[in-house]
Design a protein around this ligand. Structure first.
Ligand code: GYE
Length: 326
């Protein structure tokens, strides 16, 4: 009995100590910050993925009691740079941003570094010679996503010996998902010389532009098109409309594979109009808030946090729909 009592006292004390540990002041004498201020520069609102991503960040900040300064860059890098500069002027605790394109961030990130404000990059990667300009990068492996789309296609067409013409709808030029989803896909299909990309155009990850681009591609290539590879679901959904208006059956006359795995894509798969979607999770809010808290508390976080994702072919769409969270 005595032993049991001792055990209970010891484990309760231990639990108390470990719980307290997290709340301890950063260096031992400064108070733990009352409320952390996070400046977040979103790149825009081009897709359902983006909407889900922004919502996730806003909700997670609220839940974590983090004060969020949220700025929408409206698809312009200069707006994002301005937003980051205003976060620096406001002396926020942490800056996070989702970069529209890969290049051109060094100057403003140096300004943040000089001001002593840590920067976390989310969603997309940047190109820089100086990795010390940010504390962490959290995003999916876009090359892997492109490879998964390619692998699914190659498998689907395993028995097909005739020439297969693919059209590709790319995201916005110069962004890391666009570059890597293209490279990853090409890496896989080059193993099959009868599968060729005959046209590749940018449609900025947008439904409306996916529709317009596909309309043009159908005018140019018409019935020659066997496959559409879209860098996101929104562009695929826009293209589906154009294909139907042209008088072909999306998902049957033209095989369609895209990326994101949002609800809209699942609905199209259930209707038999889209064949496969590769998952890219936009719900980064909770992970970002945890990273923000750790960084402020001086806890080291991994430099590269990879968001995992699955592949959903049309066969599983109906059973998976209810599990989709975006
Ligand atoms: O796939 C697309 C969005 O950066 C991963 O951007 C993101 C991409 C996503 O607009 O839908």
């Amino acid at each position: 009995m005595k032993r049991l009592l001792l055990f209970v006292i010891l484990s309760t004390t231990l639990l108390f100590l470990t719980t307290c540990e997290k709340k301890e002041p950063v260096s031992g004498n400064e108070p733990y910050p009352e409320s952390i201020v996070l400046g977040f520069s979103q790149l825009g609102a081009e897709s359902d993925w983006r909407t889900a991503n922004s919502e996730s960040i806003k909700t997670a900040a609220r839940d974590a009691g983090i004060q969020l300064m949220f700025s929408d860059g409206q698809q312009k890098q200069e707006n994002q740079i301005k937003a980051i500069r205003s976060f620096i002027a406001n002396q926020v605790d942490v800056i996070a941003f989702s970069p529209l394109v890969e290049s051109g961030w060094d100057t403003v990130l140096k300004e943040a570094k000089d001001a002593g404000i840590p920067v976390i990059i989310t969603d997309r990667a940047i190109k820089t010679e100086d990795d010390s300009l940010y504390v962490a990068l959290m995003c999916s492996d876009f090359r892997e996503e492109g490879k998964k789309a390619g692998k699914w296609l190659v498998e689907k067409l395993q028995e097909t010996k005739r020439d297969i013409n693919v059209v590709e709808l790319q995201g916005n030029m110069g962004s890391s998902p666009t570059i890597l989803r293209k490279e990853g896909f090409e890496e896989i299909i080059k193993e099959r010389p009868n599968i060729q990309i005959i046209q590749s155009v940018c449609a900025d990850f947008m439904k409306s532009k996916g529709y317009e681009a596909m309309e043009e591609l159908l005018k140019l290539e018409g019935d020659k098109i066997d496959v559409l590879y879209a860098h996101n679901d929104d562009m695929a959904i826009g293209a589906i409309k154009a294909i139907e208006e042209y008088g072909l059956k999306p998902g049957k006359d033209i095989i369609i594979v895209s990326i994101d795995a949002n609800r809209g894509a699942f609905e199209k798969m259930i209707e038999g109009k889209l064949n496969c979607t590769v998952e890219c999770n936009p719900l980064l809010g909770p992970m970002l808030m945890q990273a923000v808290r750790d960084v402020v508390a001086g806890i080291a976080i991994p430099k590269r946090i990879i968001i995992p994702g699955s592949v959903f072919p049309e066969e599983v769409a109906a059973q998976e729909l209810e599990n989709r969270k975006y």
